[in-house]
Design a protein around this ligand. Sequence first.
Ligand SMILES: [Zn+2]
Ligand SMILES: [Zn+2]
Length: 251
Amino acid sequence: MRIASLGSGSRGNATLVQHGSTTILVDNGFSLRQFSQRLQRLEIEPCGIDAVLLTHEHGDHSGGVQRLCSNHGIPLWTAVGTARAALSPDFEYHGLVAGRAVTIGELEVLPVTVPHDASEPLQFIFHQLDGGRRLGVLTDTGHITSHIVEAFDRLDGLLLEFNYDPEMLAKGPYPEMLKQRVGGNHGHLSNLQSLDLLRQIDTGNLGCLIAAHISEKNNAPEIVEALIRQLDDVPVPVIAHQDAGFDWITV
Ligand SMILES: [Zn+2]
Ligand SMILES: [Zn+2]
């Protein structure tokens, strides 16, 4: 199984997970043109994508999903609450329910419910049907719940949000309302909250860690990297960039 990103952050997200002949896209916050340009870097065509999973309706994740799916006839999977908030009423999709795994090609996908200020936000765990390796994707989460700790335990790969440094957010340029939203219980994960998750889960099998959805105004990759390096048993993180994303990483 492998994972790549076309970009990660509040200006647009799109993540690809591939195993065998199956390619799944998680979210697309980019215009069709931007998406195609970024996809070329990975030498994939839009028609090579087997399914799109939509985590929630915020524009940095959903902005380009409906057009991409309808233009290229790609099936879309999402929760009913997200569909109501993000899609045209007559747009067809496959319904996802938290805790109920679905099989897409050679991957099993487990949707996990997370606390975020959206209608029915989900994050995902991918399980390759042969070989059993598991990869988790967790961004846009306000705090770590015991449910999340249980679901994201003992993974082989993890893409994890490190959204903000609490001090930088407090002193930063965001208006007070937005600071409270980002830092609130249904906002985003701070560096310390994500570090706390890494301390709570068993990371013995974790071969790759990707730090994602890093705020450009309220955080810095060097801070994230330095914090993660303090932990034992956790690999040096790959940084997911807003513009460059990251190239294929094998899990
Ligand atoms: Zn987001
Ligand atoms: Zn969001």
